[in-house]
Write a protein that binds this ligand. Structure first.
Ligand SMILES: NC(=O)c1ccc[n+]([C@@H]2O[C@H](COP(=O)([O-])OP(=O)(O)OC[C@H]3O[C@@H](n4cnc5c(N)ncnc54)[C@H](O)[C@@H]3O)[C@@H](O)[C@H]2O)c1
Length: 247
């Protein structure tokens, strides 16, 4: 059993999908969790749901494409947690798919800002406090597409592949302070993000998944819990693939 009692965690994009499942998984293991979302309106139902289970989940809102918002969120989380942040999960992410020939500069910029530059801002803001604590876990949510590429996702695949180099390098820089940096790379998971796929696309995807089903947000949350707890204390700079065997 993984016990996170006394631990604090910040999960970006925690109002739905994978981020929400991660927040509940960490809170059920005993952690005090803050989720971030773009608006209070989207996080309030999650906080209410958590209260019914007596879980310690609260929320802060902000746009992860804004450096100022990322810094403020970390500052407010540290204040709420009495200056200690043990676990950061960089989960917020978007797709804006288009064939490269048609891809607009805004689609490139928006996806890079949301999925990759936000990583820089959040990690930058937590790294000093974690170094002082001489402990920390940073878990970044990648994608199988960052390893394989995918037509129509040049922007998205770039961010998820970039996340790997970022995480491996940061892991080496901060290992001496007992801060572990890892990536969880989901395959295709049933969330709002994949709800946009049509039946033909879903059939094509299922043919590539040996376990013959889309993953559930819970499947990713389990991997994050593992990387957040004591069972993984000798694992850093690596990627945990959670994709039903497709890669
Ligand atoms: N669903 C999948 O199949 C799949 C596969 C591989 C990787 N992923 C990754 O998992 C993560 C979560 O995906 P999901 O499927 O739960 O998606 P989702 O669309 O259901 O949730 C994404 C979350 O990110 C938040 N977010 C997006 N842009 C933001 C911004 N500018 N500021 C603040 N918050 C913002 C959203 O509000 C939402 O809470 C993403 O990083 C995604 O790339 C998902």
């Amino acid at each position: 059993m993984i016990d996170l009692k006394g631990k604090t965690a910040l999960v970006t994009g925690g109002s739905r999908g994978i981020g929400k499942a991660i927040a509940f998984k960490l809170a059920r293991a005993g952690a005090e969790v803050i989720i971030t979302s773009r608006s209070d309106a989207s996080s309030t139902p999650v906080v209410t749901e958590a209260q019914k289970e007596n879980l310690k989940i609260s929320a802060l809102s902000g746009d992860v494409t804004s450096a100022a918002d990322c810094r403020r969120i970390v500052q407010q989380a540290l204040e709420a947690f009495g200056g200690k942040l043990d676990i950061l999960v960089n989960n917020a992410g978007i797709t804006q798919d288009n064939l490269f020939m048609k891809m607009k500069e805004e689609e490139w910029d928006q996806v890079l800002a949301t999925n990759l530059t936000s990583l820089f801002h959040f990690c930058k803001a937590v790294i000093r406090p974690m170094m002082k604590q001489r402990a920390g876990r940073i878990i970044n949510i990648g994608s199988v597409v960052g390893h394989t590429g995918n037509p129509g996702q040049v922007n998205y695949a770039t961010t998820k592949a970039g996340m790997l180099g970022f995480s491996q390098s940061l892991a080496k820089e901060v290992a001496s302070r007992n801060i572990l940096v890892n990536v969880v790379s989901p395959g295709f998971i049933a969330t709002d993000m994949t709800a946009q796929l049509n039946e033909e696309q879903k059939t094509t995807i299922l043919e590539k998944i040996p376990l013959n089903r889309l993953g559930q947000a819970e499947d990713i949350a389990g991997a994050v819990l593992f990387l957040a707890g004591d069972l993984s204390s000798y694992i850093t700079g690596t990627t945990l693939h959670v994709n039903g065997g497709m890669y």
